[in-house]
Design a protein around this ligand. Structure first.
Ligand code: NAD
Length: 451
């Protein structure tokens, strides 16, 4: 296994040249990244097709466009984010002024997963560059074509001492984690998040952990059912359910169960046709291991919609399971596939209790027209972020920091959140030399009695 010490040493000395701290250098780097992403649109879409059978529409909207939008937003705001901010000074500090200077950490390590292999490698990189860091990125080994195109894109655009891609699997990650980075940004599963935090703890390296978990979706009796069905079907089955913020399971009010399920069947048909397994644009499961893991859930409860699969093409059709309870295997961990189990409730308190008895979710979705119900859920349930009357859409807003809480993650990014994540806020007091107040000195006349 290669040793990455020399790469890190080169990045650290490049960082020390102070080039990356220059605002115009960062803006230029973001412009270069933007034009490289545009130049690589075609090979990226081809790679995403071969790694995951992502359609051109999905590849463009969920991987490429989202990154281009993030770069545009960052370029437009970077000047104001990067400025030192003057803040208030208390009367006890009269004569001085107080400032916060955002400064880059140095060399950041970014480790990315396979489900949105391009977007989740580049989105944190935008923040790292904006804040003035150097970065090493380790993309996922499970999407080798996309990782290869990404590595080429970066190598053609940036010198290695500024931004470098290191390809490889778990061992490569482990060797990288032995180095002393100044920041670690990890996106992936909860168990690996713990490994990352443990490795970071050895050097007290600050971390952002973008993890996962079971994100609930509550459909209350007063919801607009037609829209709920369509928006849930989209959020659940885009990328074949391999989305960290996909609704993992439904909490459905008993009274609207049957009409909702009919509308949900229609929504799946409208989005993926009568035979989604034959739909050439339906994303496949990333690997045989994940396919086999997901297939075992098809025996849980009762299959109400879908349930078929194709092992040769690693496809599972949009599936809905009923007669499910928390004891079923499908309710143990994040599903991360196109299988939606339904739990039913009569009183909202049952759904809230069910969610509260489990780790804090990355996302929560509530479909209800009632303000009191919305407020109740928002007040009572802790979750990373989410939507009222929609799914997944919150993560596309640069004004909403995106991240988890508890086991679903530590820290947040997107928009200014990304700049803040990769910046240390240096607090500085600038003191006057025109006068010197005597009160703080131990030798002042009458000492503390005067205070
Ligand atoms: P993963 O944790 O298996 O792998 C993520 C990355 O970590 C990969 O690059 C992999 O090579 C590396 N890795 C794996 N095992 C490692 C180890 N023992 N030591 C060091 N590095 C290791 O995750 P995945 O299967 O690629 O992605 C799916 C998971 O990611 C899901 O749980 C999903 O919810 C989560 N996810 C979260 C977000 C988010 O933004 N919160 C986004 C996408 C995916």
């Amino acid at each position: 296994m290669e040793n990455y010490s020399s790469l890190l040493t080169r990045q650290k000395s490049f960082f020390r040249t102070e080039k990356t701290k220059d605002l115009s250098y960062r803006l230029e780097a973001l412009e270069k990244l933007r034009s490289a992403v545009r130049d690589y649109e075609k090979p990226l879409m081809e790679a995403l097709r071969s790694d995951l059978n992502k359609s051109e529409f999905d590849a463009y909207t969920t991987e490429i466009m989202i990154v281009l939008e993030e770069i545009k937003f960052t370029i437009n705001h970077l000047k104001s984010w990067a400025k030192p901010r003057k803040v208030k000074t208390p009367i006890t500090h009269i004569g001085s002024a107080s400032y916060i200077y955002p400064e880059p950490y140095g060399v950041a390590l970014i480790i990315a997963p396979w489900n949105y292999p391009f977007q989740l490698a580049v989105a944190p990189l935008i923040g790292a560059i904006a804040a003035g860091n150097c970065a090493v990125i380790k993309p996922s080994e499970l999407t080798p074509n996309t990782s290869e195109v990404f590595a080429q894109l970066i190598a053609e655009t940036f010198p290695e001492e500024f931004i470098a891609v290191v390809q490889g699997g778990v061992e490569t990650s482990q060797v990288l984690l032995e180095e002393k980075f100044d920041y670690i940004f990890f996106t992936g599963s909860v168990p690996v998040g713990k490994v990352i935090m443990e490795a970071a703890a050895k050097n007290l390296t600050p971390v952002t952990l973008e993890l996962g978990g079971k994100s609930p979706c509550i459909v209350h009796e007063d919801a607009n059912l037609k829209l709920a069905a369509k928006r849930i079907a989209w959020g659940k089955f885009v990328n074949a359910g391999q989305t960290c913020v996909a609704p993992d399971y439904l909490y459905l009010h008993k009274r609207i169960r049957d009409p909702f399920i009919e509308l949900f069947k229609d929504a799946i048909k409208e989005l993926y046709g009568n035979t989604p397994l034959e739909n050439p644009d339906f994303t496949r499961i990333v690997s045989e291991r994940h396919f086999n893991r997901l297939k075992t859930f098809l025996d849980n409860g009762k299959v109400l919609i879908g349930g078929s699969s194709n092992p040769e093409r690693l496809r599972i059709e949009p599936t809905v399971l009923t007669e499910i309870n928390w004891g079923d295997a499908v309710m143990e961990d994040e599903i991360f596939g196109p299988i939606l189990p339904i739990l039913e409730y009569e009183n909202l308190a049952e759904a809230i209790e069910g969610i509260d008895n489990h780790p804090k979710p990355l996302a929560l979705y509530l479909f209800s027209e009632n303000d009191d119900i919305q407020t109740k859920v928002l007040n009572q349930v802790t979750f990373g972020g989410g939507c009222i009357n929609d799914t997944v859409y919150h993560l596309g807003s640069p004004h909403l920091p995106f991240g988890g809480v508890g086991t679903s993650g530590i820290g947040a990014y997107h928009g200014k959140g990304s700049f803040d994540t990769f910046s240390h806020e240096k607090s500085v007091l600038k003191q006057t030399t025109k006068f010197d107040l005597p009160f703080r000195y131990p030798n002042m006349k009458d000492g503390l009695k005067k205070i």
